[in-house]
Design a protein. Structure first.
Length: 120
């Protein structure tokens, strides 16, 4: 017995998939049936996002602690304030997230085009 391919998504589902893919890269691919690829992209993007939020919150807590400390002008504490937020890590994670977003948009457009050409 041959297995049937999954049914093509309707036009309304494609619009919802476009919106989902814009909000969370990979989510639209999941809705269009490319689940493994969609989950991989969505997981990688969420990982980058959570890492950025974590780095920011930890940096903010350290900054707040440094700013409210009485010995701010002692030693090199003031010079350390510039590196508290780990700008290199934040920029790198933002770049990786942007690349994931771009890859997801390209793969989504290709998948959507294939679904359109098959008459869905």
């Amino acid at each position: 017995m041959a297995s049937q391919p999954p049914p093509l998504p309707q036009q309304r589902d494609r619009r919802a998939a476009s919106l989902l893919n814009a909000c969370l890269p990979g989510a639209g691919l999941i809705l269009l049936g490319r689940r493994a690829l969609g989950f991989a992209l969505a997981s990688a993007f969420l990982g980058c996002f959570l890492a950025v939020v974590t780095l920011f919150l930890v940096g903010y807590a350290r900054y707040l602690s440094l700013a409210t400390d009485d010995g701010l002008m002692q030693g090199n504490k003031l010079e350390e304030a510039g590196s508290i937020f780990h700008p290199t890590w934040l920029a790198g994670l933002a770049l990786v997230g942007g690349i994931i977003y771009l890859c997801s948009a390209i793969l989504f457009a290709r998948t959507k085009r294939q679904a359109n050409s098959l008459g869905g």
